[in-house]
Design a protein around this ligand. Sequence first.
Ligand code: ARG
Length: 248
Amino acid sequence: MTACNSQSPDTAGSPEASPGAGGSGSQTLVMATSADYPPYEFIETASGSEEIVGFDVDIAKYITEQLGYELQINNVDFNGLIPALQAGRADFVMAGMTPTEERKQNADFSEIYFEAKNTIVAQQGSNLTTTESLSGKQVGVQLGSIQEGEAKEIEGANVVPLNRINEIIQEIKAGRIDAAIVEDTVAKGYVESNPDLEFNPIPNAGESGSAIAFPKGSPLVSEFNTVLQEMKSSGKVEELVTQWFGDE
Ligand code: ARG
């Protein structure tokens, strides 16, 4: 039932891609994420250890611990996350991923555990603050994200899909693209560390929020939902929201 039964050796991003070999006797679940999304998931380099940390990671740790699983986290480009589930390379995905109707054809989702809004990120003073202002502009988005879908709806915008959010930010700073559509909490963090940029919220055009994704038919969905519900009613989710998103 888990990725350890069908693990292929090419699981992206991790030197120890084969879970389940540990001698502890407990089963290892493989989580795939795209660790370019602070504060949901990002690589903590300060400690020198290159560990993936964040809001999603803490939720995943809590749930798997409650259910008695070991947890292994693999870093994959966002666009490769659902394919990783389908290929049996991951047991679940947590990546601030929105449970869209389209994705639900290829994956099952938990309940939503966090809501978000979209924003436009651009250079300070560029006046790119509304979707209308993006007409004729180069607009960066993460490949395979709902933001890519939304940008394509904007009249006259030239959509530039890129793999990683940090690449998008670098392209704006370098002036090679004009703006990007990025979720509020993530935009806030990147703008705080790049004062030459600004972000402005835009109305949500469609689906939003984050949920955990699983392979179709996975028995983990209901197990995870039970713990998620408990985390919501006990205030654990709220505690993690405050810890990672601060003054929300
Ligand atoms: N919520 C958006 C979506 O589902 C973007 C998520 C991007 N996540 C990431 N880890 N880069 O498409």
